[in-house]
Design a protein around this ligand. Structure first.
Ligand SMILES: [Zn+2]
Length: 159
């Protein structure tokens, strides 16, 4: 018996989180660069970008947490999906939505998680139960357990 897991939703959400983190890092790096090298003209812009980047970073981390909530337990999948969607959308402010790609992946992953239903696969036992057999006490060949006589040597067999 195997319990299915929302793998698609998990992978999309995971990718969304990674893209959002990259977007946030981009914000922070650009913010830092502007802030420290082009002072004073761009200082405020740089600081804002830096702070936005931190917000984006938190969004990315929360999307990743959402992804792991999705995969943790079937009962938690919906909650994880909602978290992933919410912070994927919010990441537009601090991580350009993970260059938009992260946001789109997060929304798709989250929606998949919300509509996912756990299914249980029962592995079909293909092995047919083997006929009960025993060895002929006279010739030693394998014969059907209930056989009255050995088909090989023809001796009668007591049961
Ligand atoms: Zn026999």
């Amino acid at each position: 018996m195997t319990v299915q897991k929302p793998i698609d939703a998990f992978i999309l959400s995971l990718l969304a989180g990674i893209f959002i983190l990259i977007g946030a890092a981009f914000h922070i790096i650009v913010g830092e660069t502007l802030g420290w090298f082009f002072i004073p003209r761009f200082f405020i812009i740089g600081r804002s970008l830096f702070l936005f980047g931190l917000t984006g970073l938190i969004c990315g981390i929360l999307v990743l947490i959402g992804a792991f909530i999705i995969i943790s337990k079937p009962a938690n999948t919906k909650v994880g999906g909602i978290i992933v969607i919410a912070f994927s959308i919010l990441s537009i402010f601090g991580a350009i939505g993970g260059f938009i790609i992260g946001m789109i992946l997060g929304i798709i992953g989250g929606v998949l998680a919300i509509y996912w239903k756990p299914g249980i696969i029962y592995e079909v036992d293909t092995e047919i139960e083997e006929e009960r057999r025993r060895f002929c006490p006279y010739c030693g060949r394998s014969i059907i357990f209930d056989a009255k006589a050995c088909p090989y040597c023809g001796k009668r067999i007591e049961t």
